[in-house]
Design a protein around this ligand. Sequence first.
Ligand code: LLP
Length: 434
Amino acid sequence: MDHFKYKNGTYFCEDISIEDIVSRFHTPCYVYSESTLEAHCKRFLTAFSKYPSTLCSFAVKANNNLSILKKIFSLGFGADVVSIGEIKKAILAGVDAEKIVFSGASKTKQEIDEAIQLGIRQFNVESDFELAYIAGVASMHKKDVAVSFRVNPNIDAHTHPKITTGLAGSKFGIDEPDVYKLASEYKDHPYLKIQGISCHIGSQMKDLSPIRDTAKRMVGLYQDLKSQGVPLSSIDLGGGVGILYKDEKVFSLEEYADCIIEELKDSGATLILEPGRVIVGNSGILVAQVVGIKQKRDRSFVMLDAGMNDLVRPAMYGSYHKIVPVAEPICSCGHTGDCNCDPGCKCGCNKNTYSFAGPICESSDIFASDIPFSDLKAEDLVAIRGAGAYGMSMASNYNSRPLVAEIMVYKDQIKLIRKRQSLEEMIKDEKECL
Ligand code: LLP
């Protein structure tokens, strides 16, 4: 569900046309629908409201824009963070430090020290050396510090290898035998409070079975450790819920919640979740302008002003993002808008085969290859959908391209939530060192 659709022949975000936004803020730009964001947040919270004690911590890495974070936290979410930068942004956006869980495979001592000072809820500890360091700081300050063991359950998430994190060979988490060892070593520590176990097996998951297997395994481990005198009170199952980029079959949020609740219902544990993509993914689009159409042998390249530095997912993971024209194509067979005619249909609305490319000097700077599309020409606008998660948060200045603007729309209100970076701002830190 989202609030991007055609009205009167042109693409809208809620009650504002994309053309209006572009006339004010230019391209490329990210446009978010606040109503879509709010609906996803509420649906997630409602799905888990049946469970007696749940903390939903938004995975800040998916989108760290302060205005977006502020909205998400205002609805009751906590924050799952992986750096001190994310902690500070989350606090600035209004999250209660008590609702911050600090994940991250290689936290530095400085980050740990600062996070302890800021009073976060827990560290999701990923290694023996991290645990030893936290225990040392806790003892030195005679201050209780809460940790959770990030367990590597060795379960295949059935997703893209680059976003699979729960297999034994990966760098993430602590293997179960080591969890037992560390728990027995530290369970009576005077200041280190082992309050939970956590995991995150992968992202963009479309299948419930690894999630069910993981929840089962975590409950077993939780009970086992408790019976050995480790005073656990929470199970954190991470994030990973897949979204619809194309026509994939993904379980619903309600099915996801029911599956987890079924496994945890007799555990007595507080449930922590770290959703990212499912909260923001479909709330944002990247709007780009066609610079020109380049005919090359038998291929037509639509050359855009947005590139892989603005949205890296297609280049990095081969991810699919649906591209739609901002001017609604009119189809003679009666379909309008996002027309998906059968391949044999003669209506001609999708008569071209285009590849959409950006300006970056990399062959992988391609958003989509050889897809059927309506007529396009220079200066037309297109929207790249499903770009709200891991879009702007992974953007870079590669090829010396300033970061783009972000705009949030709520009904008929437009709000600039990140100014376009100027060339001057981009080079300032280097120029001062010249
Ligand atoms: N918790 C932990 C510990 C994580 O590592 C992640 C994502 C999440 C929660 C949130 O997962 P989500 O609900 O968003 O699936 N850049 C990649 C995704 C990387 C995910 C990294 N970890 C992409 O664009 O697909």
